[in-house]
Design a protein around this ligand. Structure first.
Ligand SMILES: CC(C)(COP(=O)(O)OP(=O)(O)OC[C@H]1O[C@@H](n2cnc3c(N)ncnc32)[C@H](O)[C@@H]1OP(=O)(O)O)[C@@H](O)C(=O)NCCC(=O)NCCS
Length: 229
């Protein structure tokens, strides 16, 4: 049984990347772990700050860019052109920037609205992905969330499990529900500004450790959300 599991895990593990690599029009940051085989063209997975973790069955479409130290769990689909920052945590079965259909046309089905002789009268572009999603850094997206095309999710924001995001989300805001509404801010304005100004997600690990330790020491002088919201 153990041998069977070892053999199975060997075949399931598609890529363990130690050094930054470019091949087949894809960039892989150092220390990436990629279980999925569903990766499109012109995809950037990680950068000079580090790699990414993509679970089995994550579907990464063409022209997607995912920053260093970000991960996506099983069943997540990241549609064409989406941009995801560094240190993002993406749950299970999340849908990022899915295609839209022309709701005002006589038929909503591509097999009808793309028929020869029909597509000329259907005001819908060839490509269903018109406005890719842009996700900042250190964003957490809960399982089964859907982020609709054109939405921008600010740095440090949280999208609750099952949310449908239809509008931009401000940095360090927690949103949830269908359609997603603000639940609360993660931090008071002063701490939010310190974190945003620091851009800690673009620094080396040593810098980040030092920065968090200093913040922790000074925390009594920084307003926390429980004193604010
Ligand atoms: C939003 C979330 C992060 C909780 O944040 P929190 O600060 O602990 O929030 P609380 O539990 O105090 O809830 C605050 C309010 O948000 C509501 N809320 C919590 N989760 C919600 C959700 N998924 N959708 C809608 N509303 C939600 C609560 O009911 C509560 O409302 P109330 O004040 O009217 O009672 C968490 O509920 C969540 O969705 N986690 C995602 C888990 C996940 O999918 N993990 C995947 C692994 S990466």
């Amino acid at each position: 049984m153990l041998l069977f599991r070892v053999i199975l895990s060997f075949f399931k593990q598609q890529l363990q990347i130690r050094k930054t690599r470019n091949y087949l029009n894809r960039t892989y940051g150092a220390n990436s772990t990629i279980y999925t085989t569903k990766i499109g063209k012109n995809v950037v997975l990680g950068n000079s700050w580090g790699g990414v973790y993509l679970a089995d069955d994550v579907d990464v479409r063409d022209n997607v860019s995912i920053g260093a130290h970000s991960y996506a769990n099983r069943g997540t689909i990241i549609f064409k052109g989406s941009t995801i920052g560094n240190y993002c945590s993406i749950g299970y079965n999340v849908s990022i920037g899915p295609p839209e259909h022309p709701v005002n046309f006589y038929s909503i089905c591509p097999d009808a609205y793309r028929l020869e002789g029909v597509k000329s009268i259907c005001p819908w572009p060839e490509d269903d992905i018109i406005n890719p999603v842009v996700i900042g850094n250190d964003v957490w997206i809960g399982s089964n969330a859907i982020i609709l095309q054109g939405c921008k999710i600010g740095d440090g924001a949280v999208v609750a499990g099952g949310a449908v995001v239809t509008h931009d989300v401000a940095p360090y805001t927690i949103v949830g529900g269908v359609p997603a509404k603000r639940i609360k801010d993660r931090f008071a304005p002063d701490l939010k500004s310190i974190l945003l100004d620091s851009q800690w997600w673009n620094h080396e690990k040593e810098w980040i450790v030092d920065f968090f330790q200093k913040l922790h020491k000074e925390s009594s002088n920084i307003t926390k959300i429980d004193k604010y919201d």
